[in-house]
Design a protein around this ligand. Structure first.
Ligand SMILES: [Zn+2]
Length: 461
């Protein structure tokens, strides 16, 4: 085990209750949803898509083009749950899901149910919109979490095979696609994979995707031109692609302002901070600090939420933070917590921990009802129910938490964050023989420091 996985036992009345809620209610409930077993909730089709792609079932693809990622995030949450509580029944269910996922993998290693079922000839033709590498990234995170918890390699090995195929497909060499995904995620996932495989190729591929982004000739623009400007989403043709929405308007090292889709942005910054730490890249570290200050100093709501407009779920400009139309997606707050966590690993300054704490208490857990079955996708800052139901500019802000969503990115994201909370409380700097406490959450941590085993108990409710 690397030091990224300090042995932490949660003992907080407040947070232990949330973890139990996720473990005993949210995870089983989401499993039923992924299997289309909840009456009155729009069928997800997510597991069925894998069964169809595996030839175990027949039918058409259901859901969003990135539907696979719901299964991946659920499985990742299960991995964290098993790490603290090895529940054999949950593990059996997860093993079954993994068998289906691996059966859906193609002989060359490719794994994506949308393209396998609905458009096999269109693989890698619309990276800007179709989330292929994004889905791969989430499945990688699931594979790593499940392997760390159980020692089982089936999904990890399958994903390593997929990564080999991706590395053969993308890169600077002639004959490969000189591109990257429209939705960042695989970058941070490859770094997690590197954390367990220590295979330098995994880190190098993450670096490639990051460094290629926004360079000229611009890959996303050229791809868009090859499609004749057609959108996968069937929306009206735009006169030019929105590169800033994808943070591909300039090379990442030249970016000094948070722009575009908020979740994409913070997932990318998370990977940048990881890479800055792992490669000792001081310049990239400076870019991360600059972006951190822009996000948290000028574009963040008081609740630690980001993304002030529903148009593109995006950042707008400095200090433009209207309460009544705030978007503040749960996933964006979760991504900001990832970014803060990686900045703490670079430099344990309390401002990072403060933002992490603010987002966690005020947005993330606020997004889920105490029954574990109702969620906010958009987290309200201000409500006027009549306007929220009748004014089209405000109807994205719901006065009550919703049962489930056609685009169900947020609930499983919350589940995986809450179940991995122990990773956010402490960090150790071995070189300086220091332990840092970032969150005041009742817990016990054990770690090695200067060749001695140290155990620390934190009491807090
Ligand atoms: Zn979301």
């Amino acid at each position: 085990m690397s030091r990224d996985y300090l042995s932490v036992q949660l003992a907080s009345p407040f947070w232990s209750a949330y973890r139990e809620l996720v473990r005993t209610v949210v995870i089983p409930y989401q499993y039923d949803i992924l299997n289309d077993q909840i009456a009155g909730v729009e069928p997800s089709g997510a597991i069925r898509n894998f069964r169809i792609a595996a030839g175990m079932d027949e039918g058409d693809f259901t859901g969003m083009v990135f539907q696979d990622s719901d299964v991946a995030k659920w499985l990742e949450a299960v991995g964290y749950a098993l790490r603290s509580h090895r529940d054999p029944e949950l593990e059996r269910v997860a093993d079954e899901v993994i068998d289906i996922i691996v059966a859906a993998q193609q002989p060359d290693g490719y794994l994506n149910t949308y393209f396998t079922i609905a458009a096999p000839e269109k693989r890698w033709t619309n990276l800007m919109e179709c989330h292929e590498l994004y889905c791969a990234g989430h499945m990688l995170e699931a594979a790593v979490a499940y392997f760390v918890a159980t020692g089982k390699r089936k999904l990890l090995d399958a994903m390593c095979k997929f990564v080999d195929y991706i590395a053969d497909t993308f890169g600077p060499e002639e004959g490969k696609i000189h591109g990257y995904d429209g939705h960042q995620e695989i970058e941070l996932a490859l770094i997690k994979l590197y954390g367990v495989t220590h295979d330098r190729r995994h880190l190098d591929l993450a670096c490639y995707f990051l460094e290629a982004r926004g360079t000229e000739p611009n890959f996303l623009r050229e791809e868009w031109e090859r499609r004749g400007g057609e959108s996968f989403w069937g929306t009206n043709k735009q006169s030019k692609p929105d590169l800033a929405y994808h943070q591909a308007h300039k090379p990442v090292r030249e970016q000094d302002e948070a722009v575009g889709h908020a979740v994409r942005a913070v997932y990318m910054y998370t990977a940048m901070a990881d890479i800055a730490r792992l490669t000792g890249d001081a310049d990239l570290h400076k870019v991360c600090e600059r972006l951190w200050h822009d996000v948290t100093g000028r574009q963040m709501y008081i609740v630690g939420g980001i993304g002030s407009t529903r148009h593109g779920e995006a950042f707008t400009f400095d200090y433009d933070l209207p309460n009544e139309t705030a978007y503040v997606e749960t996933c964006a707050a979760i991504g900001l917590i990832f970014f803060a966590n990686r900045m703490l690993k670079l430099n344990p300054k309390s401002e990072y921990a403060d933002v992490m704490e603010r987002a966690m208490y005020n947005t993330v857990i606020g997004s889920v009802a105490l029954d574990g079955k109702h969620y906010c996708y958009v987290n309200p800052l201000e409500l006027f129910p009549q306007a929220n139901s009748r004014n089209p500019d405000r109807e994205h802000v719901k006065p009550i938490r919703q049962e489930w969503f056609g685009c169900a990115c947020c609930p499983p994201n919350l589940a995986r964050l809450v179940m991995s909370l122990d990773e956010y409380i402490y960090s150790v700097n071995e070189a300086h023989a220091k332990l840092y406490v970032h969150l005041y959450i009742g817990s016990e941590v054990a770690f090695d420091l200067n060749g001695r085993r140290v155990r620390l108990v934190q009491q807090s409710d």
